[in-house]
Structures are given as structure tokens and as C-alpha cells.
Design a protein around this ligand. Sequence first.
Ligand code: ARG
Length: 463
Amino acid sequence: MTDTTSNKMWGGRFAAGPDAIMEAINASISFDQRMAAQDIAGSRAHAAMLAAQDIISDSDADAIRKGLLTVLSEIEGGTFAYSTALEDIHMNVEARLKEVIGEPAGRLHTGRSRNDQVATDFKLWVRDQFDAAESGLLALIQALLGQAEAGADWVMPGFTHLQTAQPVTWGHHMMAYVEMFGRDLGRMRDARARMNESPLGAAALAGTSFPIDRDMTAQALGFDRPSANSLDAVSDRDFALEFLGAASICAMHLSRFAEELVIWSSAQFRFVTLSDRFSTGSSIMPQKKNPDAAELIRAKIGRIMGANVALMMVMKGLPLAYSKDMQEDKEQVFDAADNLMLALAAMEGMVKDMSANRDSLAAAAGSGFSTATDLADWLVRVLGLPFRDAHHITGSLVALAEKNGCDLPDLTLDQMKTAHDGITADVFDVLGVENSVNSRMSYGGTAPAQVRAQVARWKGILG
Ligand code: ARG
């Protein structure tokens, strides 16, 4: 749709309306309508401030503030007719306000610009996403704590290079993810605290000659203070980049966990059983139960990190202050936020529902020479050997066991003695996986007592 007349918001100097393609590339209303509530909250705060500062009359401010609520209810009720010719949410709302209340609507834009308006709206929107991410992360952490507590002493293999390394506990493995998501939580909170400054009143770029009160609007919108430099205020998108950065790291963590769940739920591993609620079947292979949610979570990093890169490239090299390039900030952030929240919720659901197969975990924990390090440590501790020698002797016993097709605890004492004649029957105590994990009592280690202490610490933190 092309208007033949010039734009009614800014078309004073224009004789003709935009080409249809100009309108198509210029308009953002198809996506920035998601910021309608923020736009109206910002405008209501601005109007109240203009009246308090005697810049507009109280009656005009009242009409504006009431009219904006009418517009909001139309938007929420789905009856609002968006216009591409009016470009974006800011001008769509203002134009409709004019239709609803008439002349006072024209006074709303006093002492402000769409540049500080869009920065304010977007900040309010992104701030809500920091809060949503915080809630999603807290719920996921709670679910992980539940798993960790239930299985604090369930033994399983710990891996390096995805090769059996040393026995660990299920609770310990779950708590590793609590640490990761805990850092994600911290990143979300740090960034939210840093971004909470109000751009409103920076106007187009230089501030305004009207005697506005920026503290008043900042406070009304829940900001800690007004931003201190008007050029920066209208051209800063760090808050969106920090959100995407924190979201990308979080999505990376989610993808690692999702990958483990995919592996663990396979017939070859059988470490976990995912619930029917978070699995799907195959239309051709009746036996299949597929971990689709985990696979999709594993993939979400692609679009979330993609958004991070895309916005960084948009912002790179932009001269101060506002440039229209910055309109390209929103879709990326909207998509990344939607998908992060969905991935967090799906992961929380999967973790709550899944059951660890204790027997499979234990069987796997005892295979693959997982207590070889315990044997080497015993040789050091009891026989006083240098660790390098102990390592070599243990290696020869592993080779012997491998040749005999058995595991370390299955070797006889005589066979053990062929590697070092000082070895006694006591060695078999440390070759059991339970003893192995119980012995790893160093702070942050895998011993059940350490795991329980970390669960208690996190419960204390979360209150
Ligand atoms: N729709 C625009 C955006 O998202 C609003 C700001 C427009 N400002 C301007 N000077 N054209 O960035």
C-alpha cells in the first residue's frame, strides 16, 4: 500500500509519498508492535512529566494518558488496525491517539524524539527478558537440585574425551550444570543492573530545551536513573548485545546438557529414561522414542548466537548518534529471547521428568578401568612409590586385564603382584567404585558428602 500523500507525521517538506519499496524497507510495524505496551507506558510517563513541569496543561496530559489506555486496550483486544504507512509502533500509536482524543495528542511528542522513544521502549522490553531468563534459570536450577539430591550417591562413569575416566556421582554431574546455569543467572542479573538507565529525554540526540524532568520519567518507568549522555542514550544497544551474549552462553550450556541427554537416553547408554511427555515417536519405526526436545534445545544455540553476531555486525562502525540501521536490532532479539525462554522451559520439564537408571549407571561406572587412578594413588599412598612409577605399574595391570577380558577388580592378587610384589589384598578396597567416589572428599569433589554440601549451599543461596 503506497500513500500518494506525504507522511502525516514528518511529511511537511515532502511533496510525494514514498515508493512502495521504500515503504516496505522502512517500516518496522510488522515486528515492533511487540513493544506496544512499552511504548504506551513510556508515553504515559512522558505526558505526566510534561504536565508536572508545566510544559503542557494538566487537562491535555489527562486526555493523553486516558487516550493511550484506550489505544492499549484496542491493541490488546486485537482490534487495532496497524498501518505500514505509519512505519512503526510509535507513529501508529500516536496517530490513533489523535483519532481518539483529537488536538491534545499533538502535544505528546514535545521534548522527545522517536530516537529516545525507541531506545526506551526497547530497553523496557529487553529488561523484561532479563527477568524472564532469570525465572527460567531459577526453575531449571531447582529441577537440577532435585535430581542432584535424589542421586547424590549414585555412581556413574565420569568422562574425559568421552572415554571413561573416573567414577563420579549422578548428583555431582547434575551440580556441574547448576554451576553453569548459576553463572548464567549472574550474567543476566549483572547486565540487567547495568542497563537500567532511562534514555527518555535524550530526545533526538542532543537533549532538549524544554525544562523536562528526566528523573521523574526514569522513576516512573522503573529505571534507576536517567542515562548521562544524550548521544550515547539514543545510540546505545549494549543492553541488547549483553542480553544476546548472556543468552548465547546460556544456550551453549543448554546445548551441552541436551547433547548428554541425547547420548544418555540411547539404547547403547541407557543412563536416563526421558518421560513420554518430552519424547516423540517415529511414524515408521514403532520401537523408537526420540529425544526431540533435547535435540531442538541442542540446536537453539544456532539462532541465538546468530542473533548475537547479527546485531554486533549491525552496530559495528555506526557513527554517533542514531542511524536507521538500528531498527535492525529488534527481530534478532525477539527471536533469540523467545527461543531461549522456550529452551529453558523445555529443559526444566525434561529434567524434572527424567529418571536416571541407577543400575545402568552403576554398571557403566565399574567398567572401562575407571578406578585405575585409585589404584595408582594406592601405590603412592601405601607403598610410597613416586606417582610416575605408580602410573606405569597401573598401566601394565590395565593392559593385563584388557588381555584377559576382565576389569581391574577381577584380577587376582597373584596377577597384581606380577606388576609389583608389594601389592597386598587391601588394594581391592580402592578398586570398588563406591569407595572411589567416597574418597574424593576434596572441596568440590565428587564424594556424596561434597555433593550434598553443594546442594545445601545452593538451596541457601536460592532461599
Ligand atoms: N522504527 C525506528 C527504529 O526502530 C524508530 C526510530 C526512528 N527514528 C528516526 N529518526 N527515523 O529504530
